[in-house]
Design a protein around this ligand. Structure first.
Ligand SMILES: NC(=O)c1ccc[n+]([C@@H]2O[C@H](COP(=O)([O-])OP(=O)(O)OC[C@H]3O[C@@H](n4cnc5c(N)ncnc54)[C@H](O)[C@@H]3O)[C@@H](O)[C@H]2O)c1
Ligand SMILES: N[C@@H](CCO)C(=O)O
Length: 347
């Protein structure tokens, strides 16, 4: 039986949900997937850090208070976040990176990934910053060190999109995509359509664990812009930078706009799209669009996301599922670990 030692960097909603899943499902995963997980380190800017090479109790971690320095309550724990030590010295095989997404330079998460890869550790991450801004360099570093760098949860949470498209749409002649790629903004638009105010709907999305640390990133389209860059570069072979993508959000849309649209059978949606043009260039955008009721993305509500891939051989292929959520995104980390396990056992 394979057991992977894992260190959690950032212990907010997503990595805490991973600890909860490990507490509840490790035995089942051993039987179903052929591996188990042992948490050997946790580090978080607010909670502190802890290392135990023999394994930390996942249920205790999942139930840890959210108070400042709480990891100091554990044996060998500290109120300080010793990120570098946890990444390099906890004995982890896999680093699960889930700190804040920084849309400007991807730091410090990109450095955390670099430290881990250089130390010969696999990285799984849900953080969009390092992928949108540094994917090529981090993938090259992983290859040079003989380890994997996986980031399925960076787009559409636990819903399979990146790996699915890369593996199963290869050869289909993918020419573009359009999608609802932010759970928070779609949730906000849906709840506003039910009569809730913008600020109340955003607060509810934060409570449910959908929103970014600064929800401006969600409602102004910046989060979708990162995801569009990730998808276009990964699946359309583009070399887009974040500044190449024109971007606007949903904050100017009022309840009255939504009501008026509804009365005429239309729906406001925040759409991220990219398309390969005849000259080979890839054009991408993020904007709120008024969709007719018949549009495949019009009926997508709440934190659900959907993406319609445009292919030459199959026409449109649409995938929908959770686009945000703590457990849903923790599942993406598990799917990344499963990919690592599968590739190391098929080599
Ligand atoms: N929640 C979701 O639905 C979801 C879905 C997909 C992707 N993501 C991404 O996953 C990541 C984690 O999301 P989350 O919901 O758990 O966020 P969160 O805000 O709940 O947790 C992030 C944690 O990282 C810690 N942190 C921040 N900077 C740090 C640093 N320099 N060193 C150590 N710890 C640091 C914070 O203290 C916090 O506890 C984010 O990048 C987010 O964009 C989240
Ligand atoms: N804040 C993001 C999390 C998933 O990337 C969203 O609402 O979609």
């Amino acid at each position: 039986m394979t057991e992977y030692k894992i260190a959690l960097v950032g212990f907010g909603g997503v990595n805490r949900a991973l600890a909860q899943l490990i507490a509840e499902r490790n035995l089942r995963w051993q039987q179903e997937l052929g591996f188990g997980l042992k948490i050997v380190g946790v580090t978080d800017l607010f909670l502190g850090s802890v290392i135990d090479r023999n394994g930390l109790d996942a249920a205790t971690l999942a139930a840890l208070p959210t108070s400042k320095g709480a990891l100091a309550q554990l044996p060998q724990g500290s109120a300080e976040a010793f990120n570098e030590s946890v990444i390099k010295q906890s004995g982890a095989d896999i680093i699960a990176e889930a700190t804040f997404t920084n849309p400007k330079d991807g730091e410090p998460a990109a450095t955390f990934c670099r430290w881990a890869l250089e130390a010969g550790k696999h990285v799984v991450t849900t953080n969009k910053g390092p992928i949108a801004l540094h994917a090529q360099a981090l993938k090259a570093l992983a290859k040079a060190n003989g380890v994997s760098f996986e980031y399925e949860g960076s787009v559409m949470s636990g819903t399979p999109v990146l790996r699915m498209a890369r593996q199963t749409l290869a050869g289909s002649g993918l020419v573009g995509f359009e999608g609802i790629l932010n759970g928070t903004s779609n949730y906000v638009l849906t709840r506003m359509g039910e009569g809730l105010g913008f600020a109340e709907a955003v607060a509810k999305a934060q409570e449910l664990g959908y929103a970014e640390a600064d929800p401006t990133a969600d409602v102004e389209g910046h989060d979708v812009r990162l995801k569009v860059v990730i998808l276009a570069n990964e699946l359309l072979g583009a070399c887009l930078q974040v500044s190449d993508v024109a971007c606007s959000g949903i904050s100017a849309i009022t309840r009255e706009d939504i009501e008026r649209a509804k009365a005429s059978g239309e729906h406001w949606k925040l759409i991220g799209a990219a398309r390969r043009e005849a000259d080979g260039s890839v054009r991408a955008s993020v904007q709120a669009r008024l969709l007719p009721g018949s549009h495949p993305l019009a009926g997508i509500t709440g934190a659900t996301n959907a993406i319609a891939f445009e292919t030459e051989l199959l026409g449109a292929v649409t995938v929908s599922g959770p686009g945000a959520g703590r457990i849903e995104t923790a599942f993406a980390l598990l799917s990344d670990i499963l990919a690592i396990h599968t590739s190391s056992h098929s080599a």
